[in-house]
Design a protein around this ligand. Structure first.
Ligand code: CA
Length: 267
């Protein structure tokens, strides 16, 4: 629910910057809730018009068009998700260095959601902590504002950024997505298991939901489910689908625990 009014002024960075002459669209990859066997969300992943990879699109972003491109991405993803009839959440990746003033830069997102009838509380803003911003205080400021506006917030690639823990000391996102490098082969890797158990315990205490991203094998999934993770994303469940909502074959997982080797649960 929105607690602050929609600002009605345009941000000067959006009106003054170059019009982004970049063609783009989206692929969508689901995040599944394996406790209820439902699709929790679809993450919008930017693509070229002929399904060119994200790097093809992002390589055309410059300092001059960054603000407008970021705005256009949000509006484009919401519009396409509404057209495809999504009834789950929608994850939007955003560029924190393309947010000048959170109150102004959010305006086109509000308007697009309103126009498409897409509920604000179903929109998840996910962001990667990285070197784009000189200090994490700026990211905390932006994420706190988005939370106040009624959006769901998520910290992406958690465990890959060296300021991730510092961020959590200042701000609780609704979700964190554990970086796939920490999860790869976790069923047979005691070092990664210790780290991920720690993250899950910490998030339980801070009341932050955990998403395991980039999960590729039944063994990884089974180990992660056993430590209490319900939300998953990765090729094991569905690959991104170009301008479409991929389906997930939940029946495959009915006997996943039995199918996985026992060493994958507790080592
Ligand atoms: Ca992401």
């Amino acid at each position: 629910m929105r607690s602050e009014p929609v600002p009605n002024a345009d941000c000067e960075h959006c009106t003054a910057g170059d019009e982004p002459d970049i063609e783009f669209t989206f692929a969508f990859q689901p995040i599944v809730d394996m406790a209820s066997r439902t699709i929790f969300s679809y993450e919008a992943l930017v693509r070229g018009p002929r399904n060119e990879p994200a790097a093809w699109v992002l390589g055309q972003v410059t300092d001059a068009n960054r603000y407008r491109f970021d705005q256009a991405c949000r509006v484009g993803a919401i519009t396409l998700a509404a057209r495809l009839g999504f009834d789950a959440h929608l994850n939007l990746n955003f560029m924190p260095n393309a947010v000048y003033q959170p109150e102004l830069c959010i305006r086109s997102t509000f308007l697009a959601a309103e126009k498409c009838g897409f509920p604000i509380e179903q929109i998840i803003f996910e962001v990667v902590e990285n070197d784009y911003l000189a200090n994490s205080g700026r990211l905390v400021e932006i994420m706190s504002a988005y939370k106040r506006f009624g959006f769901v917030t998520a910290l992406d690639d958690f465990g890959a950024g060296y300021r991730d823990l510092g961020l959590l000391a200042e701000f609780s996102p609704h979700l964190i997505k554990i970086d796939m490098q920490l999860l790869r082969g976790i069923d047979a890797d005691p070092r990664r298991q210790a780290i991920v158990r720690g993250i899950v315990g910490m998030c339980r205490e801070l009341e932050i939901e955990v998403v395991a991203e980039g999960v590729e094998t039944f063994e990884e999934y089974t180990w992660l489910a056993a430590v209490g993770i319900d939300l998953f994303q990765g090729y094991l469940f569905a690959r991104p689908a170009f301008e479409a909502a991929p389906t997930v074959d939940f029946d495959r997982f009915r006997n996943a625990a039995a199918a996985a080797p026992s060493r994958s649960i507790e080592t």
